[in-house]
Write a new protein. Structure first.
Length: 455
């Protein structure tokens, strides 16, 4: 029994609470004959390589829970039927990876090799399909979890999670749906293309990449990248600045220089430190350094400010009010991580991307700069000049960048992904479908069409 087509949200449509509620009611009526009596588990998997994949997973969980509440409010008897759990796939590994060290591939001496592998390996016509290799060699614990818990859907925000979910489904011969959510603005070639039920991607250009890899149109949703609900809010700039004691009469640059892991920010911090003496001379500029949970870097900044006599900057540690601070800032200085730029787009905060971008971050830079939503710098001299330009009186560039972001923003992406996940989870499954256990290759490659985008 399928969900009524007229109740299914159109791709790219804004999903309001009312629309989400209508969707859930239609879904309930469509599947009422299934008589769900046991707990239906949805697993959301990320990997702790940087913080973006985890944040995206948390946004999806938040959205699914919100949709579930509307579902349960109308049909209380289903209160225990949908259970959502979030996992770091690396916790299931036979070998425990250090996400911080793994993230050094993006910033250390190996980054050119990473760039070559990301941009060229399996991104032409030789495509990775998926297989059981990861489950057999590295992640048998997750296979056991699947066998014991029998999820109805697995939503993946990291490539390793997606491949492990595919392998576990093949090994256990279960029929759960797999929803892949690449968290950047292009798709790496190692996603399990052949055995993914739904790809939720950020842009139509990513959909073109999938079509060239023989992913059928019905398996593609252009949803945008998932941001947390706070980034859908509308905040008063004057009130936020007043609450955080930020000057009202200055151009404010929000410097996103830290999160949970320090290594991804090594290059950005180096540029900032070299540029700081000249940035401190700009009287019309105020810098807000956000360092997340990195107390060592916060202490280093305080010492540096004192040594250099910096008066136009202050340091902010971990806070849940990032969305408010973005809305109250004139522009952000950040690295081009997928979730960071998505949050800036949602709050219409112009971006100065400061990084020697590699791999997926290079793809993000290309998209955003080509559309005019961001500027890109690679040296401290370029950083100083761009900050001076963007903070100069009467400059219209910031307004133009915000206008592009207003066009690009998809603040309800997490809700759309949640809807796709619930739809896939509760849809009747064909146990013999090729996407499931009827094919169980150890490794699967296939030839795609000519790539839609040259890299």
């Amino acid at each position: 029994m399928a969900l009524p087509p007229d109740e299914r949200p159109e791709p790219g449509a804004v999903v309001t609470t009312e629309a989400a509620t209508r969707y859930n009611l239609a879904m309930t009526e469509a599947y009422s004959e299934m008589a769900l009596s046991s707990v239906q588990k949805i697993a959301v998997l990320h990997a702790s390589v940087g913080s973006g994949h985890r944040v995206a997973a948390e946004a999806v969980v938040e959205a699914v829970e919100r949709l579930r509440e509307a579902f349960v409010e109308r049909y209380p008897s289903y209160d225990a039927d949908i259970e959502v759990e979030i996992f770091d796939i690396l916790d299931f590994g036979r070998i425990k990876f250090d996400g911080d060290k793994t993230a050094s591939a993006f910033t250390g001496p190996t980054r050119p090799f990473y760039d070559l592998s990301w941009r060229y390996f399996l991104t032409g016509r030789l495509i990775w399909g998926g297989g059981t290799i990861w489950s057999h060699l590295m992640f048998p614990r997750f296979t056991r979890w699947v066998r014991e818990n029998k999820p109805v859907a697995v939503i993946c925000t990291h490539i390793t999670a997606a491949n492990v979910a595919v392998g576990a489904r093949m090994v256990t011969k279960q029929g759960y749906s797999i929803i892949c959510v690449p968290t950047d603005y292009e798709i790496e070639g190692m996603w399990p293309h052949r055995y993914t039920d739904i790809f939720c991607v950020a842009t139509e250009s990513m959909a073109e990449s999938l079509r060239a890899r023989k992913v059928e149109e019905e398996r593609i949703r252009v949803t945008g990248l998932p941001a947390r609900a706070k980034f859908r809010g509308d905040y008063d700039r004057h009130e936020v600045r007043q609450a955080w004691k930020v000057p009202q009469d200055k151009v404010v640059a929000l410097v996103l220089a830290g999160a949970t892991l320090p290594r991804p920010y090594v290059h950005l911090r180096s540029l900032l430190e070299k540029a700081l003496p000249r940035l401190a001379e700009m009287e019309d500029l105020h810098l807000l350094f956000m360092v997340g949970r990195d107390s060592d870097y916060a202490n280093h900044l305080h010492t540096l400010f004192e040594e250099l006599g910096v008066q136009n900057a202050n340091v902010i540690g971990y806070t849940e009010e990032v969305a408010k601070l973005m809305s109250a800032s004139d522009f952000a200085i950040c690295k081009p991580g997928g979730l960071t730029v998505t949050e800036c787009i949602c709050t219409e905060t112009p971006m100065l991307l400061a990084s020697r971008a590699y791999g997926q971050e290079k793809a993000n830079v290309r998209l955003l700069t080509s559309l005019g939503a961001a500027q890109h710098v690679q040296t401290s001299r370029e950083l100083v000049e761009q900050v001076r330009y963007l903070s100069s009186p009467g400059n219209s560039r910031l307004a133009a960048m915000s206008a592009v972001e207003a066009y690009l923003r998809r603040p309800n992406a997490a809700l759309e992904i949640g809807l796709a996940g619930l739809d896939a989870a509760l849809s009747p499954k064909d146990p013999d479908h090729a996407l499931r256990h009827s094919q169980r290759p150890f490794m699967s490659f296939y030839w795609g069409h000519k790539p839609a985008h040259t890299r």
